[in-house]
Design a protein around this ligand. Structure first.
Ligand code: IPE
Ligand code: IPE
Ligand code: MG
Length: 240
């Protein structure tokens, strides 16, 4: 169990506020998403500099398909462009890329780009960047249950830790710190299972403006928290 004051090993971020960032500048929403990609690259480097081991970012939710089709197709194109623009740099930075989410609904082109990004960075160990794309916490729980059933796990042996083996983030410890930018104070179906004891920090900063200063503020807030995991503070007298 991490001590009070310990640095977060795993940070999860809901990168929200791209649309409002663009609106403030009288630009189409697409430009907010474009600036959001650059912000992500900066935050990845900042996390490496702070010895964060895992960074999990919410890039596209299961519900984001509800957006106008031109925004959805703009986002898909942007992701493809980002992979070709930044993959080599991410590799050189020592980043291992993992995509978490339902790949069935994305185009063949995007699926191939994801597979390639994972393949060429698989040997890197400085930071694991989990990109949640077409991801939803409820989807994750359902897909894990389906996999457990398909694997023939008997109902009586389906424990929390056994089910966790089938979850999309089973390769990572649960997030220590959950940051949401953009001023909204909700989970929006991100990491429902994994965030059971995660510390939450909500920032009004719009994602394209989020940088080292805001990351350090979130980490500092996290380090002030007293994580008890349902127990009691170590210094509190125990009843005899
Ligand atoms: C988050 O920014 C990015 C995605 C959901 C893809 P938004 O697009 O939700 O930005 P706002 O919340 O409308 O400002
Ligand atoms: C959450 O943001 C999803 C991502 C950042 C990818 P949304 O903007 O989609 O969330 P809501 O609609 O405000 O809850
Ligand atoms: Mg939003």
């Amino acid at each position: 169990m991490p001590d009070k004051g310990a640095k977060p090993r795993h940070i999860a971020i809901v990168m929200d506020g791209n649309g409002r960032w663009a609106k403030k500048r009288f630009l189409p929403r697409f430009f907010g998403h474009k600036a959001g990609v650059d912000s992500l690259v900066r935050v990845v480097q900042a996390c490496i500099d702070r010895n964060v081991e895992q960074l999990t970012v919410f890039a596209f939710s299961s519900e984001n398909w509800k957006r106008p089709s031109d925004e959805v197709s703009g986002l898909m194109g942007l992701v493809l462009a980002a992979v070709s623009k930044y993959l080599a740099r991410m590799g050189a930075m020592g980043v291992q890329i993992r995509i978490v989410g339902d790949r069935d609904a994305v185009s063949d082109k995007l699926r191939k780009a994801w597979n390639e990004a994972e393949r060429v960075t698989a040997h890197n160990h400085k930071l694991v960047l989990n990109v949640a794309f077409n991801y939803g916490g409820r989807w994750d729980i359902v897909q894990a249950c389906r996999k457990a059933i398909a694997a023939g796990v008997p109902a009586e042996s389906l424990t929390e830790s056994r089910l966790n083996e089938f979850m999309a983030m089973s390769h990572a410890p649960d997030p220590d710190l959950f940051i949401r930018t953009g001023g909204e104070v909700r989970i929006s179906n991100f990491l429902l299972w994994q965030a059971a004891y995660t510390e939450f920090v909500f920032s009004d900063c719009l994602w394209p403006d989020f940088g080292e200063k805001e990351l350090d503020a979130a980490i500092a807030a996290y380090r002030e928290r007293d994580r008890r995991f349902g127990g009691v503070k170590a210094e509190e007298p125990q009843p005899c």
